[in-house]
Design a protein around this ligand. Structure first.
Ligand SMILES: Cc1cc2nc3c(=O)[nH]c(=O)nc-3n(C[C@H](O)[C@H](O)[C@H](O)COP(=O)(O)OP(=O)(O)OC[C@H]3O[C@@H](n4cnc5c(N)ncnc54)[C@H](O)[C@@H]3O)c2cc1C
Length: 415
């Protein structure tokens, strides 16, 4: 392969470019993105000394991810989360309860009576063979309905902004990397340092503000028709959502094989207090759908996780609202969203009116993998194997930033 076209300058596209070039230093790469900046959902803003993340706020890295950070020359900027971020809370009966650190502590916690099915039912559990099922069905069978709703539902809301009956167990939980020594990181100037650093390695290869219109695969090359120009390559890698990729592939025989991957929306309200301290320390809390009418996904205690970013603020929080298939929150006014977020901070943390508030509407941002996703993915991979078009990215292979980096590494090193 001499020339590769990459659609999307998010972390998937940039990490892919890195690995393609690592394998083949002579390769010519064009990275195309309609936005004027690289990074996709990763964006750190600093307004009036208040630094906040519009997308990911912390990255769970294992050693191989750290090796990648080292390779791209960003190790010196890496910062590790405070030890107290290991503590997490769940809303239970209107109050914050610390997540028990081990199964024994779980049984003696307020969640204990909900987990009795798991304890007493375990010896009698039939190992039914199931190709795939919803996260709700998997955990209900093992833990019972009460524990699923109190413990699993908020975790699914916190990670995928989804309901557990809507997403696939195999593609979501079982596909989570089983990495023992993972730690939580950011960078000195926020998560956006990561795509910014990668972008400096590809300054000549980035075509930002370019709007693709159509992908045409020919026998000897693939052509990307854009608004004002055309790119040609030996292979084209799309890191777009399935829907956006499909829009460029009109008439292509791959279309019927693309899995349906709905995307959920959420609102992040970043709040800062100059004088008020948090009454709890830890990573934050998650809220099950049975509390707060399902409107609150959770609150991350940003000042507690990365005090390095606090600047003049004593407390910084991110309130995650919406998700779970409810698109209406992105349409609400800033005032409505800020007062809702402030109300939750008052109720659960006793905090008053914040000194600053910034609102991010993350519309259709998180991919939800439906039951049978892995099966459809294998069919798609088999179809694309001999072709000049490849698909990667959070729309198909895992939504976390480390998952995107690892999948891009896999594809890049095999291409
Ligand atoms: C609010 C929020 C919080 C999150 N929190 C975390 C977290 O704490 N930790 C974590 O690990 N992950 C988190 N994530 C998930 C993670 O940020 C994303 O899954 C990941 O950044 C996706 O990267 P990507 O490159 O696959 O896609 P994207 O970031 O979506 O990048 C795709 C790129 O493609 C471009 N594009 C769009 N259309 C076209 C087109 N037609 N042609 C070419 N390019 C196009 C876009 O402009 C974009 O730059 C969060 C996500 C959100 C939204």
């Amino acid at each position: 392969m001499k020339r590769a076209i990459i659609l999307g300058a998010g972390i998937s596209g940039l990490a892919l470019a890195w690995h393609l070039r690592k394998k083949n230093p002579e390769i010519d790469i064009c990275i195309i993105d309609p936005q004027k900046r690289a990074g996709g959902w990763i964006e750190t803003r600093c307004i009036d000394a208040y630094q906040f993340e519009c997308g990911p706020r912390s990255l769970r890295f294992c050693q191989s991810d750290l090796n990648f950070i080292n390779e791209i020359g960003l190790s010196s900027e890496l910062i590790e989360a405070d030890a107290q971020a290991a503590k997490k809370y769940l809303v239970f009966d209107g109050k914050l309860i610390a997540v028990p650190p081990n199964p024994l502590a779980l049984l003696t916690s307020p969640f204990g009576h909900l987990c009795m099915k798991a304890v007493f039912g375990y010896p009698f559990r039939r190992k039914a063979k199931c190709d795939d099922e919803s996260v709700a069905s998997f955990f209900e069978k093992r833990l019972g309905r009460g524990a699923m709703r109190a413990i699993i539902d908020p975790v699914v809301g916190g990670i995928w902004a989804a309901k557990p009956d809507a997403i696939s167990m195999k593609a979501s939980f079982s596909a989570l990397p089983k990495r023992s020594k993972m730690k939580l990181y950011s960078f000195r100037n926020g998560v956006e340092e990561l795509p910014k650093k990668l972008a400096t390695h590809f300054a000549k290869n980035l075509h930002l503000g370019v709007v693709p219109k159509k992908i045409v695969e020919l026998s000897d090359r693939v052509v990307l028709e854009c608004q004002n120009e055309t790119f040609e390559g030996d292979v084209l890698f799309s890191t777009l959502t399935v829907e956006k990729g499909a829009a460029l592939l009109q008439g292509d025989r791959v279309l019927p094989l693309l899995p349906h991957v709905p995307r959920t929306s959420l609102v992040v309200v970043a709040l800062g207090w100059k004088k008020e301290d948090l009454p709890f320390h830890g990573f934050g809390f998650l809220c099950p759908s049975q509390e707060e009418g399902g409107k609150l996904l959770g609150i991350s205690f940003d000042s507690s996780i990365f005090p390095q970013h606090n600047g003049p603020f004593a407390s910084r929080l991110s309130v995650m609202i919406g998700g779970r298939g409810d698109e209406s929150f992105c349409e609400k006014s800033d005032d409505e969203l800020q007062s809702l977020a402030t109300r939750y901070c008052k109720k659960y943390l006793g905090l008053g009116v914040p000194d600053v508030a910034h609102i991010v509407r993350a519309k259709r941002s998180i991919s939800a993998y439906l039951i049978g996703h892995m099966q459809r993915l294998s069919t798609l991979e088999a179809h694309l194997a001999p072709r000049r078009i490849k698909m990667v990215g959070a729309g198909l292979y895992g939504i976390s930033v480390p998952a995107c980096i690892q999948q891009s590494q896999k594809i890049g090193m095999c291409s």
